[in-house]
Design a protein around this ligand. Structure first.
Ligand SMILES: NC(=O)c1ccc[n+]([C@@H]2O[C@H](COP(=O)([O-])OP(=O)(O)OC[C@H]3O[C@@H](n4cnc5c(N)ncnc54)[C@H](OP(=O)(O)O)[C@@H]3O)[C@@H](O)[C@H]2O)c1
Length: 338
């Protein structure tokens, strides 16, 4: 049986991507032979998504696609066709974010997938496949960040929390969840002029220009935040840390500004600030199930719908360029049936 897929073919020499090609292909089941390890699960994929990482892979930037040829797509939502793992049965609705798909193993931007069961999660009650894909890695990561703030003891009455990269996928979901939970949210954005109303609708009560955070500042600054969710890194994260109140927690998941962190130990040793790292790719099953259950309850679906646009498989190449250019708002879902 043949199925439609996006396919990346490239050679990498000395860390540099050469001869990158990304295009639609008609593949057959043999192409997936050997995928999914010893107990693979075959899935009819209904939806995937475009995350920042997918943008990098599709556009031929180094560091994401680790094998060639590769079906990209770090997310998939679909229905189990067959399973060699006893935890899953034909007909189960499942979601997989990360776990190496779309990087070292074939991913979700295809109508069929064969994956390892290790990181596969059954869709929580009440979440449709399309909305689960809308959440995807970005939304899942936002919820992991919220859970880290909670575990750090950040309470709604402790003061404001700050979200950077706020009109992006992680940022949008983080704002919507934090506001629903009762936090006062400040959104840091470079797009207040075009996305200000959107960010307010998600629940942000204050907007700040990301330029204010773009340059390295003093190691300790005026206390402003009880906590923070950062997907930007670099000077932005350093400034958030320097402005975080005593005992606060700041999460770090991304590097949209840069992978450096020009900070000092001062926020940690003089204010007891915690920097919590977030890695969605290999998050263990128990944490995944907790995060998905919380997403089903704590993310208002009308806001999720507002932050989501749906595209067809053939549109993923143009969307990759847009997400890297910072032109995508919120989340992009890829409908594999269209
Ligand atoms: N650790 C993990 O497991 C994990 C999981 C998911 C994502 N991530 C990472 O998290 C980051 C965000 O992912 P995403 O899917 O939310 O991407 P996204 O939708 O592209 O959002 C990124 C946002 O960052 C802001 N931004 C872009 N360039 C910037 C710059 N030079 N300086 C400051 N802000 C900038 C923009 O927000 P405004 O337009 O509002 O300024 C942009 O919308 C990426 O680096 C991604 O790789 C990591």
């Amino acid at each position: 049986m043949t199925f439609r897929a996006a396919l990346i073919e490239q050679t990498v020499t000395g860390g540099r991507v050469q001869d990158h090609r990304a295009e639609l292909a008609d593949l057959d089941d043999d192409f997936l032979a050997g995928s999914g390890g010893d107990s693979p699960v075959d899935i009819d994929v209904l939806y995937s998504g475009i995350n920042y990482k997918d943008g990098l892979a599709l556009a031929g930037k180094p560091g994401v696609a680790r094998t060639s040829p590769l079906v990209p797509g770090i997310d998939l939502v679909g229905e189990v066709r067959t399973s060699a793992d006893a935890r899953f049965s034909p007909g189960d609705a499942v979601v997989l974010t990360g776990g190496g798909i779309g990087e070292s193993a074939h991913g979700g931007l295809a109508q069929r997938a064969r994956v390892s069961a290790e990181y596969l999660v059954k869709l929580p009650e009440g979440l449709t496949p399309g909305r689960a894909a809308a959440i995807g890695t970005a939304g899942f990561t936002a919820m992991l960040s919220v859970l880290a703030l909670e575990r750090g003891g950040v309470q709604t009455d402790a003061g404001r929390v700050v979200v950077t990269g706020s009109a992006g996928g992680v940022g949008s979901v983080a704002i919507a969840v934090l506001a629903k939970l009762g936090f006062e949210v400040t959104a840091v954005t470079g797009r207040a002029d075009t996305q200000g109303d959107y960010l307010h609708r998600l629940g942000a009560t204050e907007l700040l220009d990301r330029q204010e955070f773009a340059e390295t500042g003093a190691p300790l600054q005026k206390r402003r935040w009880a906590g923070g969710v950062d997907s930007v890194g670099s000077a932005t994260l350093a400034n958030v840390l320097a402005q975080t109140d005593d005992g606060g927690t700041v999460t770090s998941c991304g590097l949209a500004q840069g992978h450096d962190l020009p900070t000092t130990v001062m926020p940690f040793i003089l204010r007891g600030v915690t920097l919590a790292g977030i890695n969605s790719v290999t998050a263990p099953r128990a944490l995944r199930e907790e995060a998905w259950a919380r997403l089903a309850g704590d993310l208002p679906v009308e806001l999720l719908d507002e932050m989501t646009q749906e595209i067809a498989l053939g549109e993923v190449f143009a969307q990759a360029e847009k997400i890297l250019a910072g032109q995508v708002r919120g989340r992009t879902v890829v409908n594999l049936a269209s």
